[in-house]
Design a protein around this ligand. Structure first.
Ligand code: PMP
Length: 306
């Protein structure tokens, strides 16, 4: 990914993609204390491009940094503008945007005190994370043998770099066995989230999702689904969910900036509902794509034009 044309915003400068490099003694590379965001820009109905819920993503990035006791040396406005600028500079009609903040290479003791804090924003074209087919037919998920972080081990409301070792292990474990994505349980055995997605299940017309005490990230797509459900007159209940409740659900789906709204058709080789994208999931998915694509004026304020 590094050897290509394009521009990356790095510490306030727009630099050539190939030159966006850091030193091997970078603190975050050794100890994993850093934070990032995953943001998407979509082509909109008016022919332009807009970043979806830009302010909320930037807010979460600053909150992640706060939790990790890192002081980002830029304002939120500067970080918003950096994200717009990379999409513009790389002439992207739609994009996945990756802001990342990290601790520098001034010293390598575990304590980051006295070290520098950096920020970069890159953007590139990235299609459906779990595949176009997955969006239509649903994906096959397996419960991972790895437990999701306990809320007092790593900080689960931070989108912290180090949290993703857990996601990588879970994802590799199940994709090696031919599944599309992993579901992780919390340390008490309740459903938490996917390796990079929040989960929703539907039973008898009611939508359920784990409350955040299960260690799931407070997803921005998750929140978007709360709004969509309200508009559709559907109830959402946040509660502890067991894995067998998922087995007997009528429908289930994952949400995430990368994964968007992806139906789950199978968990642990048990078909969920009819074993395909369910009707409520389809409605929510279609409402989601209308919103991000600028076809729902009610949510025009969520679209930051490039
Ligand atoms: N949980 C995890 C672990 C994630 O990595 C993501 C993706 N950021 C999500 C949930 C979904 O969050 P969002 O909808 O804000 O992208």
């Amino acid at each position: 990914m590094s050897d290509r044309d394009g521009k990356i915003w790095m510490d306030g400068q727009m630099i050539d993609w190939r030159d966006a490099k850091i030193h091997v003694l970078t603190h975050t590379l050794h100890y994993g204390c850093g934070a990032f965001e995953g943001v998407r820009a979509y082509k909109t109905a008016d022919g332009g491009t807009a970043i979806f819920r830009l302010e909320e993503h930037t807010e979460r990035l600053f909150n992640s940094a706060k939790i990790l006791r890192m002081q980002i040396p830029f304002t939120k406005e500067e970080v918003n503008e950096a994200q717009r600028a990379v999409v513009r500079e790389n002439k992207l009609e739609s994009a996945y945007i990756r802001p990342l903040t990290w601790i520098g290479d001034k010293k390598l003791g575990v304590s980051p005190k006295g070290n520098t804090i950096h920020l970069m924003v890159a953007a590139w074209t990235w299609g459906a994370y779990l595949g176009d087919e997955g969006l239509k037919r649903g994906i096959r998920v397996k419960t991972s043998s790895y437990t999701r972080h306990h809320v007092n081990i790593t900080m689960t409301q931070a989108k912290a770099v180090s949290n993703y070792t857990n996601s990588i292990l879970a994802n590799m474990e199940v994709t090696d066995e031919g599944y599309d994505e992993a579901l992780l349980l919390d340390s008490s055995g309740f459903v938490s989230e996917g390796a990079g997605e929040n989960i929703f299940v539907i039973k008898n017309g009611v939508i359920y999702t784990p409350d955040l005490s299960a260690g799931a990230l407070n997803g921005i797509t998750r929140n978007t689904v709360f709004h969509i459900a309200k508009d559709l007159g559907l109830d959402i209940v946040q509660k502890r969910i067991t894995r067998d409740e998922v087995y007997i659900a009528d429908e289930a789906f994952f949400t995430g900036t990368a994964a968007e709204v992806t139906p789950i058709r199978e968990l642990d080789r048990i078909e969920l509902g009819a074993g395909s994208r369910g009707p409520i999931t389809e409605k929510i998915q279609s409402a989601f794509f209308d919103i991000v694509g600028g076809r729902n004026p009610k949510y025009a304020h969520w679209l930051a034009k490039i």
